[in-house]
Design a protein around this ligand. Sequence first.
Ligand code: ZN
Length: 88
Amino acid sequence: MPVHRCPQCAIPYVEEEVENGACPVCNAALAVAPVTPPPPQTTPSAPRRAVPFLLGLLVGCLIGVAARKTVRQVVYTARVLEFSQFTH
Ligand SMILES: [Zn+2]
């Protein structure tokens, strides 16, 4: 947690103490450094979001393959039934 100093009254303060960007003692405008965590927070969460996406992609591919197999099986069964009707 970085500690800053008020440029007017020189009291030390942390960013959490600053309300509305003004010093709580002398009310001088304080430049709260916008060096807050957003970039480090988003970087580690990106791979965590990519894993479910890849899993979804994999499951989608498996379902697609299974569906194609089922369609082929149905077509094959229909042809066998057709063939058996011709022979009988
Ligand atoms: Zn001050």
